[in-house]
Design a binder for this molecule. Structure first.
Ligand SMILES: *Cc1c(COP(=O)(O)O)cnc(C)c1O
Length: 394
C-alpha cells in the first residue's frame, strides 16, 4: 500500500484502539481532569473557617512532611508552582549568570525558562525513544565533543562558558535513565537536577523519582497527577540545601518576632495554606488514583498491541511509572500522519495532543547551543498524548 493510502488507515486504527478503551462520547473527554473525592472540601473549609488561608498555617508544614514521607526525600519544601520550584533548584545547584545548563529540547517550557531566570543559558540535548528522557550516550558524546573538565569545572570550549548542571525530565511520568545520566554528571562535574514535575508516584529502581539528583522539582498544577490548584515542591536529601530552599522561597527573612530583616534577595514563592490543605487531601488519594491510571494504561497497552505503525509507550524496564499521560508513538514511516491522527481523535471527542514544540524552535531559544537533536525532532512528529484521567478506568 502506498504512504498516501496508509495514512487514513493509521488514523482509523488509532481511533479503533482508543474507542475500545474509552467507548464513544458525545462530549470531549479531557486529557487529564483533577478529581476531588476525598477530604479536600473538609480541609479547605477548615482553612476558611479558621482564617488560616494564606502564607502561614499548619497545612503547609503537614503537606511538606507528607510529601517527604511519600517520596522518601529527607526534605520537601512547598512552593507556589513547579516553575518556581525549578527556579530555586537552579539557585541551589549554584547556577550563575553566564553559565550553561544542559536541558532536553523535548520538555515543557518551564525547564528552560528556569535556567533563563538565573541569567544562564540552556544548552539543548537529545532524547531517546524508550523513555523520552535524555539520551545518556549522546549526552556523553556531546560533552566529549565540546567540553573539558578544568580544575573541577566543566568548560564548553566552543563558548568558553562553564556548564554547571544537567536537568533530567521524566516525560509523562516515565523515569529517565537516571543511573547512566548520573554517571555522566559524575564524570563531567555537573550538578544533577531532576525536573520531576510529571513523575509524582513514579519510581526508578525502587526509589521515588527526585531522589537521585541533588535537588528536584515537583508540580501540582491542575493537570498533573494530583493538584493543589497551583503549586509545586522542591525535594532534596541534603538538609542544608533544604534549609536554604525554605529560606529562599520565603523572602530570605531572618526569623524574628516583629522585625523585618532579610539577609539576601529571596523570593515570595511559598505555597498558601489553602492550597496546601487541598494538597494534603489529594496526597492521601494519590496511591489509589495511580492504581487506576495504571489500570487504564494496561487497557491502552492491550488495545494497541496489534495496531500497525503505532507503539504504546510502556514504563521503562526497572521503573514503575505513574502513567501521567498515556502516550503513543507513530513509527518513523508515519511521521507525516501526525496531524491526521490528531484530527481524527479530537473530532471523535478524545482530547489528544502532540508533544511540546521543541525548545530550540522557539524564538527566544533559537540561538542557544545545542547538540544534534535528531531523535527529539523525530519524536516531535510522532508522539501523541491520550486521555488519561483516573476516572476513565472506572
Ligand atoms: C508542569 C511542569 C512544570 C511546572 O509547571 P507549573 O505549571 O509551574 O507547576 C515543569 N516542568 C515540566 C516538565 C512540567 O510538565
Amino acid at each position: 500500500m502506498s504512504e498516501l493510502h496508509s495514512h487514513p488507515t493509521i488514523a482509523e486504527e488509532v481511533l479503533r484502539a482508543v474507542r475500545a478503551v474509552l467507548g464513544t462520547s458525545g462530549t470531549m473527554i479531557p486529557l487529564h481532569e483533577p478529581e476531588f473525592a476525598g477530604r479536600e472540601w473538609e480541609y479547605v473549609k477548615e482553612c476558611i473557617d479558621t482564617g488560616w488561608v494564606s502564607s502561614v498555617g499548619s497545612y503547609v508544614d503537614r503537606f511538606e512532611r507528607d510529601l517527604a514521607a511519600f517520596t522518601g526525600a529527607q526534605c520537601a519544601i512547598a512552593t507556589a508552582n513547579g516553575t518556581a520550584a525549578l527556579h530555586v533548584c537552579m539557585l541551589l545547584a549554584g547556577v550563575q549568570q553566564g553559565e550553561e545548563v544542559l536541558v532536553p529540547a523535548l520538555t515543557f517550557i518551564a525547564t528552560a525558562n528556569a535556567v533563563s531566570y538565573c541569567g544562564a543559558i540552556p544548552h539543548f540535548v537529545d532524547s531517546e525513544s524508550e523513555t523520552l528522557g535524555i539520551d545518556a550516550g549522546k549526552l556523553e558524546a556531546r560533552l566529549a565533543e565540546v567540553a573539558e573538565v578544568v580544575d573541577g569545572r566543566c568548560i564548553n570550549h566552543a563558548t568558553g562558558r562553564t556548564i554547571r548542571a544537567l536537568v533530567v525530565m521524566h516525560a509523562f511520568g516515565h523515569p529517565a535513565d537516571l543511573d547512566a545520566l548520573a554517571a555522566v554528571c559524575e564524570r563531567w562535574h555537573l550538578v544533577l537536577i531532576e525536573d520531576a514535575a510529571e513523575s509524582l508516584g513514579s519510581y526508578y529502581q525502587g526509589r521515588h523519582t527526585g531522589n537521585v539528583g541533588r535537588v528536584a522539582a515537583l508540580s501540582f498544577n491542575g493537570n498533573k497527577v494530583m493538584t493543589t490548584g497551583g503549586g509545586g515542591a522542591i525535594l532534596t536529601n541534603d538538609p542544608e540545601l533544604g534549609r536554604r530552599a525554605k529560606h529562599l522561597t520565603t523572602t530570605a527573612r531572618v526569623p524574628h518576632r516583629w522585625n523585618f530583616v532579610h539577609d539576601e534577595i529571596g523570593y515570595n514563592y511559598r505555597l498558601p495554606n489553602l492550597n496546601a490543605a487541598l494538597g494534603c487531601a489529594q496526597l492521601e488519594r494519590v496511591p489509589g488514583m495511580i492504581a487506576r491510571k495504571r489500570e487504564l494504561a494496561s487497557r491502552y497497552a492491550s488495545a494497541f498491541i496489534d495496531t500497525p505503525g503505532v507503539r504504546f509507550l510502556r514504563e521503562p524496564e526497572g521503573s514503575r511509572s505513574n502513567y501521567w499521560l498515556n502516550t503513543i508513538v507513530l513509527d518513523p514511516g508515519y511521521a507525516d500522519a501526525l496531524e491526521m491522527v490528531l484530527k481524527a481523535l479530537n473530532d471523535a471527542n478524545y482530547m489528544s495532543r502532540p508533544v511540546w514544540t521543541l525548545m530550540h524552535k522557539l524564538p527566544m531559544y533559537a540561538d542557544c547551543p545545542r547538540a544534534d537533536l535528531g531523535s527529539a525532532e523525530q519524536l516531535s512528529r510522532a508522539v501523541i498524548n491520550l486521555p488519561s484521567s483516573p476516572a476513565l478506568a472506572d
